[in-house]
Design a protein. Structure first.
Lengths: 297, 297
C-alpha cells in the first residue's frame, strides 16, 4: 500500500517528462522515420515511396557537397577547438596572477549571440573594408600576390577557414570545463612526477592528460553532436552558403529542403542520416576511449 | 558543489609550483587576450562611427568624432513603415518568450529531476539512461515532425512552439539538476517524512530552497539560450511583429548587408550588451555551472 503510494507520487513528479518525452520526442521520432519513406509537401497528404528519398540523396550532388563541407569543417574545427580550449585551460592552471581576469576575457566571446557574431565577423573579414585586411596590409606590406590580402568570405578557398577560425574563437566554454577538471587533479601526482624528475612534456602526457581524459571525452562527444549541426553562423554569414556553396552545411540544406522546397520527407531522411553519422562517431569515440580514458576511483 | 569536492579543491589549489617562465606564460596570455577581445572592441568602436568612418582605410581605431546617433537610429529603424518601434517590440517579444521558457524549464525540470534523484520507483534508472541517450538525437531529426505537429495545432506564427515544450522537461536540465539534488543528504527527506511532511512539502519547502544555486544555473543557461536562439524563431515566427531580437538582427543585416556598418554594429551591440552585462553579474555561478555539467558526466 505504502509502496504503491510512493510510486504514484514519484510518477506524478516525473509526469511532465513523460508527456514531454511522448509528445516532443517519441512522436516526432516515429513520425520522422515514417515521413523519411514518404513524399510529403505539407499541401498534399504523404505518399509512401519506400527508400526513394534515401536513394535520391545518394545521387544528389548538393547533398554530397553539403555533407562533405560539414565533414571537412568538423574534422578541422573540432580538434582545433579541443586543442585550443585545453591549451588555454592549461595556461590558466599554471598559478599565474590574474586567473579570474583572463578566464573572464577568454570566456566572453562564447557569450556573443551567434547572429551578432556572424554580422560582426562578416565585417571584420570583409575583403575591401575589413579591419583584418587593413592590418595585413599594414604589417605585411612586403607580401604581394593576385589574391592578397584574400577576400576571405568571398573566396571558396578561404571561406571554410574563416568559419573554422571563428569556431575556435568560441573555445571559452570548453575551456571552463577543462579548467575545472584540471583543478580537480590531486596535487600529489604532480609532486610525485616532480620527484621523479619528469619534465613538462612527460608530466602533461603521463599525468595531466590521463587524469582529465573523462573531461576530454565529454567535450569530444558534445563537440561532435554540436559541430555536425552547425547552422546559424554560416546561415547568417553567407547567402545560401556562397561562394560556390563552399559554406553550405548539412543542416542548412536540410532546412532549405523542409521549409523552402517543402520536401518534408526528403528532409526527414537527411535528419536520419545525420543521426546515424552522429551515433557512429559517438560510439567510435567511446570505443576508442575505453583504453585511454581513465576514470578515478 | 559538495563539501567533499570543495575540500579537494582547496587542497589541490596549491598544486602546481609557479611556471618556470612566468614572462612567457604572460606573453602568451596577453596575445590570446588581444585576439579574444579585439572583435568585441571593434564592434563597439564601429557602432560609434558614421558610414565613411567605418569603411576608412587605414581604419580609425578610436572613432573621431564619436557618433552616438547610430543607437537611436538602430532602435527606431523603419518604425514609420512598421508602425511600431522595432527594437522595443522585438525586445518585448524576446523577453516574453524568455520568461515563459525559463519558468517552465525551472519548474518542470526540478520536478522531474526530483523524481530521478530522490524518489524510489520501478524503472527509474532505466528511464534515466534513456533520457540521457535522447541527448544524442540532433534537432534536425525532430524539426520537421515537430513543425507539422504545431501546424496542426495552428500554433505557427505564435510564440507557443517556442515556449510550451519547455514546460515538459528536457534531458540536459534533468541531468544537471539530478546531479545536484543527489548531493543533498537523503536523511533530510527522511526526517521530514517522520514529521509527517508530504513529498510535495519536502520538495517545495526543504529541497528547492537548498537547490537554488543549481536552479539559477539552469535559469541562466535557458535565458541565454532563448536570447541566442535563431533557428526556432526562424521556423515558427512568420509575422514581422512577432519577431525576436535575433531574427530582427538577421533580417536587418540581410536587407542592409554591406551598407551602413555603423548602424549594423550598433544594432548588434544592443543584442550583445545585455548578455555580457548579465554575465558580469552572474559570473561565479555560471562558471561553476558549466564546470559541473562537464565534470559529473
Amino acid at each position: 500500500m505504502n509502496k504503491r503510494k510512493e510510486t504514484l507520487t514519484a510518477l506524478l513528479f516525473a509526469s511532465p517528462w513523460f508527456v514531454g518525452f511522448t509528445v516532443f520526442l517519441l512522436y516526432p521520432i516515429i513520425a520522422s522515420i515514417y515521413l523519411s519513406f514518404c513524399d510529403y509537401s505539407v499541401l498534399r497528404p504523404a505518399v509512401f515511396i519506400g527508400l526513394q528519398n534515401y536513394s535520391d540523396l545518394i545521387n544528389d550532388s548538393i547533398f554530397k557537397q553539403a555533407l562533405s563541407n560539414t565533414v571537412i569543417y568538423t574534422a578541422a574545427a573540432l580538434p582545433l577547438g579541443l586543442v585550443v580550449s585545453l591549451g588555454l585551460a592549461m595556461l590558466l592552471n599554471t598559478k599565474v596572477k590574474g586567473l579570474a581576469f583572463y578566464r573572464t576575457l577568454f570566456y566572453m566571446p562564447s557569450l556573443v549571440p551567434l547572429v551578432a557574431l556572424a554580422i560582426l565577423m562578416q565585417f571584420i573579414f570583409n575583403g575591401q573594408y575589413g579591419v583584418l585586411n587593413s592590418l595585413l596590409r599594414e604589417f605585411l606590406p612586403f607580401v604581394h600576390g593576385k589574391s592578397w590580402p584574400p577576400n576571405w568570405l568571398g573566396d571558396p578557398r578561404f571561406s571554410k577557414l574563416v568559419l573554422i577560425f571563428i569556431s575556435a574563437w568560441g573555445a571559452g566554454n570548453a575551456m571552463v570545463i577543462y579548467l575545472a577538471g584540471l583543478q580537480d587533479v590531486p596535487v600529489q601526482l604532480y609532486e610525485a612526477a616532480q620527484l621523479d624528475g619528469a619534465g613538462w612534456c612527460s608530466t602533461t602526457r603521463n599525468v595531466t592528460i590521463p587524469m582529465i581524459s573523462p573531461v576530454i571525452l565529454f567535450n569530444l562527444v558534445m563537440g561532435i553532436i554540436g559541430t555536425l549541426q552547425v547552422f546559424t553562423l554560416p546561415y547568417v554569414i553567407s547567402n545560401q552558403g556562397s561562394p560556390m556553396r563552399s559554406i553550405y552545411f548539412y543542416t542548412m540544406y536540410l532546412f532549405d529542403n523542409a521549409f523552402v522546397y517543402h520536401k518534408m520527407g526528403y528532409a526527414c531522411a537527411m535528419g536520419w542520416i545525420l543521426f546515424i553519422i552522429i551515433l557512429l562517431l559517438t560510439l567510435l569515440s567511446f570505443k576508442l576511449s575505453e583504453k585511454h580514458v581513465h576514470y578515478g576511483s | 558543489m559538495t563539501t567533499q569536492t570543495a575540500i579537494k579543491n582547496k587542497k589541490s589549489k596549491g598544486k602546481l609550483s609557479g611556471p618556470k617562465y612566468p614572462w612567457l606564460v604572460h606573453t602568451v596570455l596577453i596575445l590570446v587576450s588581444i585576439v579574444m577581445i579585439f572583435p568585441l572592441v571593434w564592434l563597439l568602436s564601429t557602432s560609434l562611427k558614421g558610414n565613411q568612418q567605418a569603411m576608412m582605410i587605414p581604419p580609425e581605431w578610436i572613432p573621431h568624432p564619436v557618433l552616438w546617433s547610430n543607437y537611436p537610429r538602430a532602435i527606431t529603424y523603419e518604425s514609420k513603415e512598421l508602425g511600431f518601434i522595432p527594437f522595443l517590440v522585438y525586445g518585448r517579444n524576446t523577453l516574453i518568450i524568455a520568461i515563459l521558457t525559463v519558468s517552465g524549464t525551472v519548474f518542470s525540470n526540478s520536478l522531474v529531476a526530483y523524481a530521478f534523484a530522490r524518489l524510489k520507483w520501478p524503472g527509474r534508472d532505466l528511464l534515466f539512461t534513456l533520457t540521457l541517450a535522447t541527448m544524442m538525437i540532433p534537432f534536425p531529426v525532430l524539426m520537421v515532425p515537430t513543425f507539422i505537429l504545431f501546424q496542426k495545432l495552428h500554433w505557427i506564427g505564435t510564440f507557443r512552439p517556442l515556449w510550451v515544450p519547455a514546460w515538459f522537461g528536457g534531458a540536459f536540465n534533468i541531468f544537471l539538476l539530478r546531479q545536484f539534488l543527489m548531493t543533498i543528504p537523503l536523511e533530510l527527506s527522511e526526517a521530514a517524512k517522520m514529521d509527517g511532511c508530504s513529498e510535495w512539502t519536502i520538495y517545495r519547502d526543504i529541497i528547492m530552497p537548498l537547490a537554488k544555486p543549481s536552479l539559477a544555473v539552469v535559469a541562466l543557461f535557458t535565458f541565454m539560450g532563448v536570447w541566442n536562439d535563431f533557428l526556432g524563431p526562424l521556423i515558427y515566427l512568420t509575422n514581422q511583429n512577432t519577431f525576436t531580437l535575433s531574427l530582427w538582427l538577421a533580417s536587418y543585416s540581410s536587407q542592409n548587408g554591406g551598407t551602413e556598418y555603423g548602424l549594423l554594429m550598433a544594432a548588434s551591440t544592443l543584442i550583445v550588451a545585455p548578455i555580457i552585462i548579465l554575465f558580469f553579474f552572474t559570473q561565479k555561478l555560471l562558471v561553476q555551472g558549466i564546470a559541473v555539467t562537464g565534470l559529473k558526466g
